[in-house]
Design a protein around this ligand. Sequence first.
Ligand code: XMP
Length: 586
Amino acid sequence: MNDPALEPQIYILDTGGQYTHLIARKVRELGVYAEVVASETPVARIARARGLVISGGPSSVYEAGSPTIDGALLEADLPVLGICYGQQLMAHRLDGTVAKGVKGEYGLAYLDIAGSSPLFKDVANHQQVWMSHRDTVTEPPAGFVVLASTDTCAVAAIGNEAKRQYGVQFHPEVVHTTEGMKILRNFVFSICGCWEDWEPASRIPVVEQQIRETAGDRNVFFFVSGGVDSTVAYTLCLRALGEARVHGAYVDTGLMREGETEFVRGIFASLGARHFRIEGAQEQFLGALSGVTEPERKRKIIGEKFVEIQEAVLESGPYLDGHWILGQGTIYPDTIESGGTAKADLIKTHHNRVAGIQKLIDAKRIVEPLASFYKDEVREIGRELGLPAEFLDRHPFPGPGLGIRCLGAERDEPVEAITGGWIAPVHSVGVQGDSRSYRPVLIVDHLDHGRATEAINANQRVNRVIGIVGLHLPVERMSVVASGISPERMARLREADAEVRRLSAEAGFEAQVWQFPVVLIPLGGEGRPDSVVLRPIHSVDGMTAQSVAMPEELLGQMRDTLLAIPGVAAVFYDLTHKPPGTIEWE
Ligand code: XMP
């Protein structure tokens, strides 16, 4: 098939919002190819699209330097939908009035639709929507009418039918907006006149052709993580070039979950990857991490070890000569240079670049077959390629592995009793606004999320709250035990993690949560130095997360199984949402 790269029918103009990619994903779910670009992108570059969506974002249109759009954009004959900040920006640019909010509105609201508009065709007159904003439009621009309102937001949707320009204060892309997909569908098909042109699995032949063109007569080398993206990218290269031309390595850091290395070996064997090696580096990693407790140092050491080992692997073969290029499992959200988002910075801290790899990237000697796909699209492609569902549907797992779930402490310290619980001096990472915190944890003797949230709001000393699931000894007799990462503690964590995974898979609970970290903390006593913390969460993209409750029977099984592991003094349940806690404890 000689299909040129697809041209987007819809562009999402990114103003830095956390839901920008979700908008593009939802449009693609409708079968319409959409891409994300910086909000200031010149209109000439995007004018061939059928329509534009301006995303939400955290700024206020009155702040200096806040994201804006090309002045000509609202004059071009293109349908536009502004969402949240996007609506405010549109109104502001067209001389409507935007009022600065003080408190803002976050959460569910009920939308009342006035009159009829193609945007709300077949949408119920009264329906649930998701709001997350501070400022609001108070006076629509000339030519616009108010299309909908809520109890607290008089201008919840506006439209200028003649110019096909619309704005909504709520978030149609978020699942809590019950009829959000209908609204996006109306915009994309009825208002913009798009047609269905996007089905990820049907792109496989095009992607394979692109791989052949990029590679030319060169071969491809991959470092795989055992995750979905690098494995699907590898599979596509195998199909496109044949097994003799695609080599790969997997670094076993010793920080992996139980059975992981065997699992990866099995997957690659079943793919027929003959030039695939497993580089055992457990001792190097555990040696370098011995006794280390500080989270950023742990990450740095793990990153540096990766670099060292990958470099050695690259140098052990012909891979740095001109006949090889590097294959990578980069997916769409990692590739975008969009204005105003901090995402690029964040990604940099996650990826330590090997000098040899950097050289290949600088020389453009790379192939990234998945660079235009989202995660769920990669899964769809993987399914089409015949990869097993139990592999494709696995929870996300961080690169530094169990290393960031094995917490340490600098010195022995007792727990402190306070009204309503105890403060344990185990420090973990959290988020507050845009910055990270590193604080002790509050222990409470219940598993009530509501009360836990109140407790954490009332206590600025802590960034997390955990409830007691089961104990070998009373909390007041426990203390924090000075410890770092050791083979013994890693083995303890690995066993706890494997038991939790086994039980939650058997109970069908694993499929109900987005991720389920199991954390080892150095809190114990009477010959049992550690405790296990359960952290099942719901999330969309890991940016925010909610701690979720689990069925009582399953929790009981986990408690009994975990308390039977030698060295485990107690089992706790992390009741903290993100923010103020992060998903990982670090
Ligand atoms: P936090 O702890 O920041 O995690 O709330 C958000 C999501 O990111 C994952 N995570 C990582 N993934 N390399 C990764 O590939 C990393 O270094 C890393 N650190 C955190 C985490 O598991 C969660 O899904």
